[in-house]
Design a protein around this ligand. Structure first.
Ligand SMILES: [Zn+2]
Length: 279
């Protein structure tokens, strides 16, 4: 069976047997959104997604032992079942979705969130999921669990595929040749390491997807984990903690007051503060 079909089956059976997932998927259907546009070149959706609240306010978990990590198999919810991938990952339905068919894809083993050579795994997954984006959040760039490697994926939306814009940096790699994409990605990583030599891995978000027969990789280099409005108090505060989906063009808010008040100027400030300018 094709992997996309298997995932459709997984979602429909998991929604029957797992109340939390069923209600989360329903909430996604009714979620409030609004859209801002910069001419016709960039559109940014803002989503009000209160279920993400606990994840957004958490510090990235770094010191989890395998005994308590929620991505390690023995600690996952009893109802959660998955589909093995490449003999080292398990594809799971995410019970806190921001996209349709939102998937969390942890490695079996409890190892830190580091890209290393795993771009190839992302491309292989994107190849098998032509209707999806596959994405990676670096440990200081939106990942809420930083000590157990995981990818995510979800149904494509046009707003996620927009690429570079003066509001925030996005380095795009495109080729029909997987090896070439890998090599170019290594070059990008090498350049970004030079920009942030003090980091174990340059701060970044990565989105991969298929555009007909071409692999596309979009790298969003980062200079800050969160914008200053995240740390403000009172009326100035907006709880936004950007990951790949936010950087691409779908900003997640978890408090209704933030959703109501966020305007174009806030979005410009958020992107300016967290995106690393590249030449
Ligand atoms: Zn783990």
């Amino acid at each position: 069976m094709q992997l996309q079909t298997e995932i459709e089956h997984l979602f429909s059976t998991q929604q029957k047997e797992w109340d939390q997932l069923r209600s989360a998927v329903r909430q996604l259907d009714d979620m409030k959104t609004k859209t801002f546009s910069w001419d016709d070149q960039l559109h940014v959706n803002v989503q009000f997604n209160p279920a993400r609240s606990a994840l957004m306010e958490a510090s990235p978990q770094r010191e989890n032992k395998p005994g308590v990590c929620c991505l390690c198999e023995p600690n996952r919810p009893a109802q959660q079942r998955g589909i093995p991938f490449l003999d080292k990952y398990i594809i799971l339905c995410n019970p806190f979705p921001i996209l349709r068919n939102h998937l969390t894809i942890p490695l079996f083993s409890h190892v830190p969130q580091r890209m290393g050579k795993k771009i190839r795994d992302m491309l292989t997954l994107a190849e098998q999921l032509p209707d999806y984006v596959v994405f990676y959040n670096g440990p200081d760039s939106g990942a809420s669990i930083a000590d157990h490697f995981h990818l995510q994926a979800g149904r494509k939306m046009p707003v996620l595929l927009q690429g570079d814009h003066e509001l925030r940096s996005c380095l795009t790699i495109e080729s029909e040749n997987k090896n070439e994409v890998e090599e170019l990605f290594d070059d990008v990583l090498h350049y970004l390491k030079g920009r942030q030599p003090e980091k174990e891995e340059p701060m970044m978000n990565v989105i991969t997807y298929m555009d007909k027969n071409s692999y596309r990789v979009q790298v969003f280099p980062r200079r800050a984990h969160r914008p200053s409005c995240y740390y403000m108090e009172g009326k100035e505060k907006i709880l936004v903690s950007p990951g790949a989906i936010d950087m691409a063009g779908c900003i997640i808010t978890v408090r209704e007051e933030d959703f109501d008040k966020i305007e174009k100027q806030h979005i410009i400030e958020i992107f300016t503060q967290v995106s690393l300018p590249v030449i």
